[in-house]
Design a binder for this molecule. Structure first.
Ligand code: PHE
Length: 375
């Protein structure tokens, strides 16, 4: 048998049997490389007579083509198999349950603010905002606390350095707002009457212990319309607190008080009892009259009818419009509802605390499903 015939008989089978890219490459070199057997046959063409060349040439070229095709075919098959194997080993089963609960949760302050927005939206209130860096006029003067008013001293205000010579006099001195009440003024000036808003946000006072932090959160409420009276205030607060604490037995006590920007001013107390919480610690649970056995009253929030002078300074006619306002600590509401006892932990950013007290991010409070999220 000639070498050509032998190669023609054996090469395709050997190539088809190559079981790896390396084995296939070795065969390619063996047949088609510079020293390869098929290449050697091609070189013999040069020494042949024209007649011989005419006869042998096509046979050798055909052998070469057979070998090239066989190698290409085997290479494609090996590549396919490698891809199949890679895909099989990299499979990701998207239907498997997650191994870990995702990190990150909704902070109780955010949760409570969402709950407030939901409850008040149902009563027709919009959410308003104002700047945390406020001027003296909106924070104090327009709220009936002129220069040297003694109530200013109670606010432990963080002032910015006074840059202008007469800054303090014209009310332009900047400060970190000490309460959300300046949003009352801003809303009345921007929108006129009637108004139904809540204004949640950060406020700042130079104060720090277990129940006071230099930054905390309040929500302001403001209703302005014709013929608004204290009864509307009481109903609104009762309805809000029953929805928020998810109890029908919330009992309020209204006490005369004093705020420069409301007249009359009303401090609102709520009845509570001490009960043993799920963590074994005693905690205050709202509900029932503070005068009932085992119960007491707790001061919850400040409110009142908006002072005529505030309405005037905000551009409204106090003979035409009246209204009520209230302000309450959001952090305090969160502590009462969800049972934390140290306010400072709210702002430590400790993920263990957040894991315990935080809320699932998909758990949006709705009135129909209950605003009290499952922690
Ligand atoms: N702004 C008052 C405070 O921070 C609370 C308040 C708001 C009182 C509205 C009456 C009316 O203490």
């Amino acid at each position: 048998m000639s070498e050509l015939e032998q190669l023609r008989d054996t090469a395709p089978a050997r190539i088809a049997a190559a079981d790896s890219a390396d084995a296939l490459e070795a065969l390619r070199v063996e047949y088609l490389g510079k020293q390869g057997s098929v290449s050697a046959l091609l070189k013999t063409l040069g020494k042949m007579t024209p007649e011989q060349r005419q006869e042998e040439g096509p046979k050798i070229q055909s052998l070469r083509a057979t070998v090239v095709d066989a190698i290409a075919e085997r290479k494609a098959a090996l590549d396919d198999a490698a891809l199949e194997q890679q895909l099989a080993s990299e499979t990701l089963d998207l239907s498997l349950p997650a191994l870990q609960r995702p990190r990150g949760s909704v902070h109780p302050v955010s949760q409570v603010m969402d709950e407030l927005a939901e409850i008040f939206a149902d009563m027709g209130f919009a959410v308003a905002t104002g700047p945390e860096i406020e001027d003296d006029w909106h924070n104090f003067t327009a709220l009936n606390m002129p220069e040297s008013h003694p109530a200013r001293a109670m606010h432990d205000t963080f002032y910015f350095p006074d840059e202008s010579a007469d800054g303090a006099q014209d009310g332009k001195r900047m400060l970190l707002r000490t309460h959300t009440s300046p949003v009352q003024v801003r809303t009345m000036m921007a929108e006129g009457a009637p108004i139904r808003i809540i204004a949640p946000g950060r406020v700042y006072r130079s104060d720090s212990d277990a129940t006071h932090t230099p930054m905390f959160h309040q929500v302001e409420g403001l209703v302005i319309d014709k013929n608004i009276h204290l009864g509307h205030l009481k109903w609104t607060l009762e309805t809000f607190l029953k929805a928020f604490f998810e109890r029908d037995d919330i009992v309020l006590r209204l006490r005369p008080s004093y705020f420069p920007f409301t007249e009359p001013s009303v401090e609102v107390d709520v009845g509570f009892a001490i009960e043993n919480g799920p963590d074994g610690k005693d905690r205050r649970v709202l509900g029932g009259s503070g005068d009932a056995p085992g119960h007491a009253w707790m001061e919850l929030l400040g409110s009142g009818m908006v002072n005529r002078r505030v309405l005037e300074m905000s551009g409204l006619d106090p003979d035409e419009y009246q209204g009520f306002a209230f302000g309450v600590g959001v952090d305090r509401l969160a502590m009462l509802k969800y049972g934390m006892d140290d306010l400072r932990a709210f702002f430590d950013g400790d993920h263990r605390w957040l894991d315990h007290y935080g809320f699932a991010s998909f758990d949006q409070p709705t009135l129909s499903a209950g605003v009290g999220a499952t922690a």
